[in-house]
Design a protein. Structure first.
Length: 389
């Protein structure tokens, strides 16, 4: 009686089962996979956040398919402050507010794809795309990121993956968990490929502000070479995933962009999913990003420095280059499956990490660790992990 699109393997994986047993036994835990910023000890201006959500304007219902103008203006101001070249007069009309980037993906998939059409997704990357695609009757097809003195897109493999049913290429900028920013050269080539084949670029920029490189990466929201959909939100930028405020920006050749926005507006009007309080609070909540990002980047840099220091004390493991984001990839000897190693670390060292196969790494020998784990836990966890070698 259920749809084929939800016929997923719902069995809990072995690492999740081991973690549940570990917690049920009340064993100590050094969580090196922490991803929820609200539980990692960062300071938030509680008064400003709560006051912003108490606007009397929220008592009036004024449905706007693209989202309230005040909310879209707050998003436009964010890009203007970043220095991205998107501050044209009508930019707020190119923005659609959504409750999450997942919802933004669903809007874009519905706009671009018929059932069975294909979307190219990067590998390694976080494992959400399969579910998002399945729910929308879209087929995800992998294209590889390769590591050779840093991460880069394998363009020959990407082009080989394109078929007559390919509708778009997703680029995560920077990638999670590799931390790879799409370079200007890669962005230009990606746009050229998509423009020539009547495909779109879908840019996921939730980690865009968390750069570890000297030159600030530019947003895809300024891309006019090919039809482009850029998404982000408060979840990462301000460390407020519970506020459910995200957005989608359409850019590209004028006629294509106009057609896309008209279709997206009908989809958004059908759902009207945004709530009033968070839209009225958008400007204040985005302002929270400054203090939050300073705290987070200080911790990320301190944890990376600790990581590198401990790696100098042994010869078998190495850290892959990371340009931005909250995660780092540890390369370890591939003497057993990554999931077996992660379970062993949990059961013998009380250390929880993610195995590389969770993110579609092509082979064993990779562990993913979070750089927003509180420093003391991070130091102890890495130290325990490296004693395995």
């Amino acid at each position: 009686m259920f749809a084929a699109r939800t016929n997923w393997n719902l069995k809990t994986n072995r690492l999740s089962e081991a973690l549940a047993r570990h917690r049920a036994a009340r064993n100590p835990l050094l969580d090196l996979a922490a991803s929820n910023p609200t539980t990692c000890g960062f300071h938030y201006d509680h008064g400003a956040i709560l006051q912003a959500l108490a606007s009397p304007s929220s008592l009036a219902y004024t449905p706007e398919p693209k989202g309230l103008e005040s909310g879209r203006k707050a998003v436009a101001a964010y890009y203007a402050e970043r220095g991205d070249d998107v501050a044209q007069q009508d930019f707020i009309d190119d923005i659609i507010l959504t409750t999450s980037t997942s919802e933004a993906y669903s809007f874009v998939f519905r706009t671009l794809c018929n059932p069975g059409d294909e979307i190219l997704v990067p590998a390694p990357s976080y494992p959400l795309f399969d579910f998002l695609a399945d729910i929308q009757d879209v087929k995800p097809v992998r294209y590889p990121l390769v590591y050779d003195y840093g991460w880069q897109i394998d363009f020959p493999a990407l082009e080989c993956a394109i078929t007559p049913r390919t509708r778009a290429v997703i680029v995560v900028h920077p990638n999670n968990p590799t931390g790879h920013f799409c370079s200007a050269r890669e962005a230009a080539r990606l746009s050229e490929i998509c423009s020539q084949r009547q495909m779109a670029v879908i840019a996921d920029e939730v980690f865009l502000d968390f750069a570890l490189v000297a030159e600030k990466p530019q947003s895809f929201a300024a891309n006019t070479s090919s039809l482009t959909f850029t998404m982000s939100g408060l979840s990462k930028i301000s460390g407020l995933p519970q506020m459910k405020f995200a957005w989608l920006v359409a850019s590209g050749p004028r006629e294509l962009k106009s057609q896309a926005l008209a279709r997206l507006e009908v989809i958004a009007d059908t759902y009207l999913s945004m709530n009033a309080p968070v839209q009225h609070a958008a400007s204040a909540l985005l302002a929270q990003r400054h203090g939050f990002q300073r705290q987070l980047m200080e911790r990320v840099r301190q944890n990376l420095a600790e990581f590198d220091l401990q790696l100098t004390r042994q010869e078998l493991c190495s850290r892959l280059e990371v340009q931005g984001g909250w995660y780092a990839v540890l390369r370890v000897p591939a003497t057993r499956p990554d999931e077996d190693l992660a379970i062993a670390l949990l059961e013998t060292m009380n250390v929880y990490v993610h195995p590389g196969h969770f993110y579609d790494f092509p082979g064993d020998g990779h562990l993913v660790v979070s750089l927003i784990t509180p420093q003391t836990d991070f130091r102890k966890g890495i130290e325990a992990l490296l004693t395995m070698y």
